[in-house]
Design a protein around this ligand. Structure first.
Ligand code: PLP
Length: 464
């Protein structure tokens, strides 16, 4: 560690070669046990009873059955994860986008162990440890390269990061309180974020506070889409003078269907926001680290417009980034937790690996994986699964495809068939429902080949 002071016990622990060696030996011993998990495996006869009991009990005690017969054993290897029934699955959803380096990654695990050795389990905003300081600094070093973002405030999930962003926008632009959001947006699970989320199934029985105005997402098939949406945006502002505090958008629509939009779509809207002093808030909870640059606002080249940006998932905790003007007054944001020592340490390491390992940029590993995976989906769609895997697309490690007839029922059934055949994926969008993948960046050609076989087998099974 730079600037380390020998008389400090904490610094001696960080610099101890003895402790470092023990951490790597420990991780290596764990990995030795995981060596056999590098390929898909059927459930094991001797583990089936235990698996069923664990799955049933997990559902029973949380009051809702598991979506998949999945409880992990805590062991995994690359894209593969071991399940309590003895099966090994290829995990292409990764905790909905958290495990960007897959399972059992050496550097991430060592960093997590190192964090776990801290004197405290959870860190907070009042008494942070050095991991908190490093994560905050790193986020801002990265974000400020291509934006005006200057500060970062940690919280423990995307929802809370979003709450803090919205509060900062409302405080700065008070008494304006409305937010303009996209149709099919997803923003999280708190009361306010459920309101911003445009999915009735996620807010059944909740009141509507009428604080969200909607614009449609970009429609590539309509040449007037950008113009029409800009007009709609302006209408909302004209109908609610000085009432709109923020415009929130996912740089690529996530839950809503993995839809992309070009830079030219965003720019006039963002210019208008600047004119009207409406906060521009990019919800990068899902896109952070995944689109080929650290931030999707960099991939799209819209960084200069961003006032607030929220991240989580791959960071292993949550954060709200803001500019000088949107730095909230001291009483507005706080919270007991900013993350566990292990998660902060691992989140920092994730940023280190991604920025130094050749992953970013047009010729980086993320873009290469994107092209290969999309190529594989298109090949299936043109050959053995003709017309059954349409509109493969997305950005970087976020990929979706419309399978079969795109109905909810078929897609949900397909997901279960995929699971049975060894692959964990998920859905997104509505009418059509799409098959969604959050690829781990460590996927190799052989894994893509294995994914292709499972997809083909499962689609053909569905067509029988
Ligand atoms: C775009 C977006 N915003 C917010 C959230 C909420 O994040 P969390 O589940 O960590 O609260 C998600 C989660 O999927 C998301 O994709």
């Amino acid at each position: 560690m730079d600037n380390s002071v020998k008389s400090l016990a904490g610094h001696r622990i960080l610099n101890s070669t003895k402790i470092s060696k023990m951490i790597s030996d420990l991780v290596a011993a764990v990995q030795e046990e995981e060596k056999a998990l590098g390929a898909i495996r059927e459930p094991l006869a001797e583990a089936l009873d235990n698996g069923k009991r664990v799955f049933d009990e997990t559902g029973k005690f949380r009051g809702r059955a598991l979506n998949y017969q999945f409880v992990g054993t805590g062991a995994g290897h690359g894209p593969y994860v071991e399940v309590e029934d003895g099966s090994v699955k290829m995990d292409l959803i990764n905790g909905i986008g958290v495990h960007i380096f897959g399972h059992g990654n050496t550097r991430i695990r060592e960093a997590a162990v190192r964090g776990a050795l801290s004197d405290v389990v959870m860190q907070g905003n009042l008494e942070p440890n050095h991991e908190y300081a490093k994560v905050t600094k790193k986020l801002i070093e990265l974000a400020s390269k291509n934006s005006r973002l200057k500060y970062a405030w940690l919280s423990t999930c995307g929802t809370m990061a979003n709450e803090n962003a919205y509060k900062a926008a409302r405080q700065k632009n008070t008494p304006a309180k409305l937010v303009i959001a996209m149709q099919n947006a997803f923003a999280g699970r708190s009361t306010m974020m459920a309101e911003i989320t445009d999915n009735p199934a996620y807010k059944e029985g909740l009141p509507n506070y009428n604080e969200v105005l909607r614009i449609p997402w970009y429609d590539a098939s309509n040449p007037k889409s950008s113009e029409d949406i800009l007009r709609k945006f302006k209408e909302h502002v004209a109908n609610n003078p000085k009432q709109v505090a923020a415009f929130v958008f996912e740089p690529m629509l996530g839950e809503g269907g993995y839809r992309t939009a070009p830079r030219e779509f965003f720019i006039p809207i963002l210019e208008f926001c600047k004119e009207q002093h409406i906060a521009v808030w990019a919800d990068e909870v899902q896109t952070f680290m995944r689109t080929g640059e650290m931030f999707a606002f960099e991939t799209l080249g819209i960084g200069q417009y961003i006032d607030l940006c929220t991240v989580a998932k791959t960071l292993q905790t949550g954060a709200t980034l803001y500019t000088e003007e949107y730095n909230p007054k001291p009483g507005l944001v706080s919270g007991t937790f900013s993350g566990s020592s292990a998660s902060l340490s691992a989140g920092y390491e994730a940023m280190e690996i991604l920025t130094t390992g050749g992953y970013l940029g047009k010729s980086g590993k993320i873009q290469a994986l994107h092209s290969e995976f999309i190529g594989m989906l298109n090949r299936l769609n043109e050959t053995t699964c003709k017309g059954q895997l349409r509109e493969a697309g997305g950005m970087g490690l976020m990929i979706a495809v419309t399978p079969l007839d795109g109905s909810k029922d078929k897609v949900n059934k397909l997901l279960q068939v995929l699971y049975k055949n060894g692959m964990i994926a998920f859905s997104c969008g509505r009418d059509p429902y799409r098959l969604r993948f959050l690829l781990p960046v460590i996927m190799q050609k052989a894994d893509i080949e294995a994914a292709s076989k499972i997809l083909e087998k499962s689609i053909l099974e569905m067509l029988q």
